[in-house]
Write a protein that binds this ligand. Structure first.
Ligand SMILES: [Zn+2]
Ligand SMILES: [Zn+2]
Length: 340
């Protein structure tokens, strides 16, 4: 399913089977979950996507062919060095958003490859998984926990990983607020509760169904994002792409609290009085993921165990999945089933 032009439906067509280069895997795609970022790309809200482009950065598949073994540069800083995972033909593999980094810029050398100056991203600047085959650099792929099926594990590859990075930015916060209780919040809530945090869920005003679902999951409080929680929060993560939630979340914070913006795109943030930020409150954002985030997340997820809720679509129905996502009509994470 190819995006030829922004703001246009994807086109079903045959493309040449990609060839794995040095250090790359050719993967027969089994499933690929749909992410809000895919919508941002289609809608032209992210700069300079590859065009034409195959979307999709939560890819689960099997290794079909292995390119020549890479003799490329290793991470030069031993603190961030990570042995590339070894894959064999037939292995199950997960391909995430972070597709490649140079290993050599200031960011890569300081353990922040998520900020790499020359990073390439799956389903954005590299072709992704809305297809029967994908190639990916082996060093950025993951082995996936066995307890999950190909459909179940796909949403963990972005909503899970980047949600987890957002969650780690909240440090040891005891009272944690989640604004926008969609896919990522749902996954991270399970880890937060597992780790003994008090969870406060903020939904669209009047969305009683989601508030009920959050409470069933273990939230101590659930309400609208226009409400203040009964206790001040130590941290809040905003998963919705609504800038007005930033000052709203700030007002809910205790002194020294942090607001983490977990999305790649957000509408403008309205101005707010300085007193809402004062007393060492912090606003930060999360960009992409590091491979270390992935290793940590895939270690903890099966222990919780984090459960995903999915709704499957055939590859040919990718436009339907995107349209339903945009319209807020999905009840769970959309997963395209391709060769599963
Ligand atoms: Zn770099
Ligand atoms: Zn994503």
């Amino acid at each position: 399913m190819v995006l030829n032009e922004l703001k246009r439906p994807l086109e079903l067509r045959d493309v040449a089977k990609p060839k794995p280069g040095k250090g790359q895997l050719l993967v027969r795609v089994s499933t690929c979950a749909v992410c809000r970022t895919d919508l941002h790309v289609v809608d032209g809200e992210l700069p300079d996507p590859k065009l034409p482009l195959i979307l999709g950065h939560q890819i689960v598949g099997r290794v079909e062919e292995i390119g020549e073994v890479s003799d490329g540069p290793q991470q030069p800083d031993s603190r961030v060095a990570k042995a590339a995972p070894i894959f064999a033909i037939g292995d199950r593999v997960g391909i995430p958003w972070l597709g490649w980094t140079d290993g050599d810029c200031t960011y890569c050398r300081s353990g922040r490859e998520n900020l790499c100056d020359n990073a390439r991203f799956t389903g954005y600047t590299l072709d992704g998984g809305y297809a029967e085959f994908a190639v990916a650099d082996a060093g950025y792929c993951f082995h996936l926990p066995e307890r999950y099926s190909d459909v179940e594990v796909a949403p963990l590859l972005c909503a899970g990983l980047i949600g987890y990075r957002s969650y780690r930015k909240t440090g040891s916060a005891r009272r944690l607020g989640l604004y926008g209780f969609g896919n990522a919040a749902h996954l991270i809530a399970q880890i937060a509760i597992y780790e003994g945090r008090e969870l406060y869920a903020f939904t669209r005003t009047g969305d009683k169904a989601t508030q009920r679902a959050a409470k069933e999951l273990g939230a101590v409080w659930a309400g609208g994002s226009d409400e203040l929680p009964p206790e001040k929060l130590d941290a809040a993560i905003i998963f919705a792409s609504v800038g007005a939630l930033v000052p709203a979340a700030l007002r809910a914070l205790a002194k020294g609290g942090v607001v983490v913006c977990g999305g790649i795109h957000m509408t403008d943030i309205p101005s707010f009085p300085y007193v809402d930020l004062w007393e060492e409150r912090v606003i930060t954002s999360v960009a992409n993921l590091t491979r270390r985030d992935g290793d940590e997340f895939f270690e903890i997820a099966p222990r919780v165990p984090v459960r995903t809720y999915t709704e499957t679509f055939a590859l040919e129905q990718a436009n339907t999945a995107l349209d339903q996502f945009r319209a807020g009509k999905l009840g769970a994470t959309a997963v395209l089933t391709i060769s599963e």
